[in-house]
Write a protein that binds this ligand. Structure first.
Ligand code: SF4
Ligand code: SF4
Ligand code: SF4
Ligand code: FES
Length: 937
């Protein structure tokens, strides 16, 4: 396999790069004021850029103008008729007038025209109270509608989560253009049928797409509606709360609309109400959210939620009061500590808690229990990046802002199917291509959605990320493209790298990656070219065998190519869970105290100890796998799990069940009765992110406020309150009355919290540590991966767009869209065993210790032969148990997302029927008609 240069052209240039914007300026006069704007700017943008607003209905600054509504009219000297400002560009010397009485009359007529074909069914319309046509009618004082013509089109209810009522459509085209240009999914089109123009899914079928809901968000009327919210409310019944999404590390802001303690819908800040901006404002993000944020809220009001504390009595759990439950926990933890010492107690915490809760949890473990023996889901991969930064640069934290990502000139995406795992960060990358003409290099065995859009896709062999990085480092050195500032600051590292490069060969790297040497040279040249190069990595790099070493090499590569020296460049890890960065920053790992500062640092321990009036243990504590091992051995007597469900998450080979059975006290703090919780001695009902306050930290390092939209359901409580109650019973001064009190205390350890984010940039050129240099020889010795055995496939457990961990499996919106996991198989592999989509195959692992599993197949054209995928969220299928776990010797990260299997057909596919959406069903961009083209046809 050689490198694959995409034939898909990047989107048309709509604006120059920021550094070029000073060129080709045009002078014009607007309402008597002389202004200068770049050539090619729509008149509308020029006017908005002056701080004025102009009535409009079909324009939104985040995508191209459609020019259909006829409302954004201006007068241009020399033109007889008013001009649509959104679809006409400025010209030198142009004289423009806005808001004249004549314009007002023309605009009013345009609104009346729209009203005359609109059903006026406001009482039963979801957009009532949030309808731009209502607002426009009101502002133009329209009191009667003449020449009414009703369309009588039946509602299109074919889509899984959206309904299309074309009687209400004003043909503004915004839904189509948002989908085509912002999402670059291009799932919608205009279609003439029955004498009217409709918005339909491409091909006039049921809509299968990414279900981001941006089309719903920008629709200025009620033509697109949310199936889950429809007819459930009138706007005045809703209480709206702006908060942060609790699913992924992108950390989007969203609005929860609740009615009488029930979430009715989730909205984004993207809407027709946010239309006033210019193209350059897209630098601040388009304001949308993804399918999980918008449709994944039903777990909050789920009837399956744990409603009160439970204590195990014999074989059953019995409801008890909070007082009794926390008494039991405090008493038994105290007894075990007194009897066996603090290291008889361990904890595991989810990266979905708030920063304040993570802080309080680690303080409880360190200052009240007296142990560093606790870990979190950041151990599944993010810690590899953190520890690599620490080793390489002596600091655990480095990232770029979303704005920097949007204007980066070159972006490398390695080990991440970014559209699936981090969809809104993916939109930044898409925007970088669309608007700033960035070069985007995707390194992935699969032709992912982003790979299909990218300027460059390198389809490496599965697991060859590390070897790919070696190849690029080697090419940078060979072509003398090393950043001079890096070379000057790191002479020893450079010498070590030159030595390592001399020891490898083109043949070895080609064998490992499947790429020709020219591919490495091309990437090296692109990365070194700058000026703003950003390297992004994800689960495919950090959660796979060798993840820590690969992270070291990626950071090294960022240094070598100048990304760490030049402003706006950098390297960062994408996080799947919403607060993995918070875990690191607020000390919820055994190796870091809040700050984050290493526990090994005596001064840091003294500082925290003085604040907490406690001696902080200096022992290295234990990582997730060590905790399980010690529990199995009987050394750990009590295990406190907060939002963690290791029985269902980890493969059977990690022997979680044995560990859980062995402990004397298992405490589960959870939203739902998980398989792990069923074995607990004490179950404490926690509440969701929608029922508490605090902050999350997203993967650009920003604190996102979490606001309470609902009162805690039943007797559930925020995690921090539970820690406080148990801690308060064990240590008299572990008392907090509010989240603000916790924040005040954190602020004394982490300066500026929660107002000023922690630094995320290096000061000056990167200086790699001698410890880092000492890893070069071993890292560059043997490029992975080992070849798979004849007749076997590489199985990867992957994140998908429609789910996040297991929380999303409790959200009806998401299970409607993606109800079950199926094994993604490439067409050649499917053909070889005679399996079509819907067939059942048997997976036989390479090791006889692992079980065989039968699973349904879905043929994915994007997968290469030899690779099969399964969504990691669907663990009940048993596919996770087919994979053996290997533990990173340095970071303790358990690698259990990739294995080797052979497959055989069990049951052929049934005759084809309508299916639910699949990860490959969502249309990708390319070659489809724009709103204008579609409407015109
Ligand atoms: S991907 Fe689907 S939900 Fe999102 S804008 Fe396109 S059609 Fe609408
Ligand atoms: S359905 Fe699309 S074209 Fe119709 S009014 Fe809504 S956004 Fe505009
Ligand atoms: S899941 Fe991630 S991308 Fe989606 S809305 Fe939530 S934070 Fe944003
Ligand atoms: S906003 Fe310009 S024509 Fe609609």
């Amino acid at each position: 396999m050689t490198d694959e240069q995409n034939t898909t052209a990047p989107p048309a240039q709509t604006s120059p790069r920021p550094e070029l914007q000073e060129d080709e300026q045009v002078e014009l006069t607007v309402d008597g004021q002389l202004i200068r704007v770049p050539q090619g700017t729509p008149i509308y943008d020029a006017i908005i850029g002056m701080g004025k607003t102009i009535p409009s209905m079909c324009y939104h600054y985040t995508f191209s103008p459609f020019g259909s509504c006829g409302i954004c009219l201006v007068e241009v000297e020399g033109k007889k008729a008013p001009v649509r400002s959104c679809s006409s560009n400025v010209a030198p010397g142009m004289v423009v007038r806005t808001g004249t009485p004549a314009l007002w009359q023309s605009q009013k007529k345009a609104v009346e025209r729209h009203l005359s074909t609109h059903p006026l069914d406001c009482p039963v319309c979801d957009a009532d109270g949030r309808c731009e046509l209502q607002d426009m009618s009101f502002s133009f004082g329209i009191s009667e509608v003449k020449n009414v013509k009703q369309k009588g089109i039946p509602e299109d209810r074919r889509s899984l989560v959206l309904d299309f009522n074309m009687n209400r459509c004003i043909l503004c085209g915004q839904c189509i253009n948002a989908c085509k240009e912002v999402q670059q999914v291009d799932a919608l089109q205009f279609l003439k049928k029955g004498g009217f123009t409709h918005v339909v899914a491409k091909g006039d079928t049921a809509l299968y797409c990414e279900f981001c809901g941006d089309c719903l968000a920008v629709c200025p009327v009620g033509a697109i509606t949310n199936k889950f919210a429809k007819y459930l409310y009138k706007p005045w019944q809703l209480v709206s709360t702006e908060t942060a999404c609790g699913y992924c590390g992108d950390g989007c802001e969203l609005t929860i609309d609740a009615k009488e303690q029930e979430v009715i819908r989730v909205r984004s800040s993207l809407s027709w109400k946010s239309k006033w901006g210019t193209k350059e404002d897209t630098l601040g993000g388009h304001g949308g959210i993804c399918v999980k944020g918008r449709f994944g809220f039903q777990h909050i009001n789920s009837k399956q939620r744990l409603s009160q504390p439970l204590l195990r009595r014999g074989r059953h759990h019995e409801p008890v009061s909070w007082w009794e439950a926390t008494d039991e926990v405090a008493r038994r933890l105290g007894d075990l500590k007194a009897q066996h010492g603090p290291d008889a107690i361990a904890g595991l915490v989810s990266a979905r808690l708030t920063n304040e809760e993570l802080y309080l949890f680690q303080k409880f473990m360190r200052a009240v229990i007296g142990t560093n023996q606790f870990d979190s889901t950041a151990r599944y991969g993010q810690i590899n990046f953190t520890r690599a930064l620490q080793t390489a640069l002596g600091r655990p934290r480095l990232m770029n802002s979303y704005e920097e990502l949007t204007v980066a000139t070159t972006i490398l995406v390695i080990g991440s199917d970014i559209t699936e795992a981090n969809p809104i960060t993916a939109l930044r990358v898409k925007e970088a291509m669309r608007h700033y003409q960035s070069k985007v290099i995707v390194v992935n065995p699969v032709k992912t959605k982003m790979a299909a859009l990218a300027t460059h896709h390198f389809a490496i062999r599965p697991g060859a990320e590390g070897a790919f990085l070696h190849g690029v480092v080697r090419a940078l050195l060979a072509r003398q493209l090393v950043d001079p500032a890096f070379a000057e600051a790191n002479p020893d590292l450079l010498t070590a790298l030159r030595g390592a490069a001399a020891g490898s060969s083109d043949e070895t790297l080609t064998r490992a990656t499947g790429l020709e040497p020219s591919a490495f040279e091309a990437v090296a040249a692109l990365l070194a070219q700058g000026p703003r190069t950003i390297l992004l990595c994800g689960e495919g790099l950090l959660k796979q065998a060798g993840g820590h070493e690969h992270a070291l090499t990626l950071i090294e590569l960022a240094g070598l190519c100048g990304a760490l020296t030049r402003p706006g460049g950098g390297v960062m890890a994408l996080q799947e869970e919403n607060n993995e960065q918070g875990v690191i920053d607020f000390g919820a790992t055994p190796e870091y105290l809040p700050g984050p500062v290493p526990v090994a640092d005596p001064a840091a321990r003294l500082r925290a100890g003085a604040l907490w009036q406690s001696e902080i243990p200096s022992s290295p504590g234990a990582t997730l796998t060590e905790i399980l091992e010690r529990a199995r051995s009987g050394a750990i007597k009590a295990l406190y799990l907060i939002g963690e469900n290791p029985l269902e998450t980890l493969p059977a080979s990690m022997r979680v069940a044995e560990a859980l059975e062995r402990v004397e006290l298992l405490i589960c703090q959870e939203l739902f009765m998980t398989e792990t919780a069923k074995r607990a001695h004490v179950i404490l009902p926690a509440c969701s992110a929608a029922e508490k306050t605090g902050t999350f930290t997203n993967h650009e390092g920003q604190y996102r406020p979490v606001a309470r939209a609902l009162e805690p359901m039943s007797e559930s409580r925020p995690d921090w309150e539970i820690f406080e109650e148990i801690g308060g019973k064990m240590a008299p001064d572990f008392l907090y009355g509010s989240v603000e009190e916790i924040q005040d205390e954190i602020g004394r350890l982490v300066p500026g919290f929660p107002k000023v984010p922690l630094p995320r940039r290096l000061d000056g050129p990167p200086r790699f540590t001698p410890d880092h240099t000492s890893t070069v020889a071993s890292r560059y010795r043997t490029p992975r991966p080992e070849p798979v055995k004849e007749g076997t496939l590489t199985l990867e457990l992957i994140p998908i767009l429609y789910h996040s961990g297991k929380l999303s499996l409790q959200a009806e919106g998401l299970t409607t869209i993606f109800p079950k996991g199926r094994l993604g198989l490439s067409p050649p592999d499917a053909e070889r065993i005679g399996a079509a989509t819907g067939a059942v195959v048997r997976l036989t692992p390479a090791s006889t210790d692992q079980p065989q599993v039968e699973v349904e197949v879905e043929v994915h054209p994007s997968l290469p032969a030899g690779l099969c995928h399964f969504p990691e969220h669907f663990t009940a299928s048993g596919v996770k148990d087919v994979v053996t776990a290997a533990v990173d010797a340095v970071t303790g990260v358990p690698y259990f997302k990739r294995g080797e299997v052979s497959i055989s057909l069990v049951t052929p596919a049934p005759a084809p029927t309508a299916t639910a959406v699949t990860s490959d069903s969502a249309p990708t961009a390319g070659g489809q008609a724009t709103a204008q083209e579609g409407a015109a046809s």
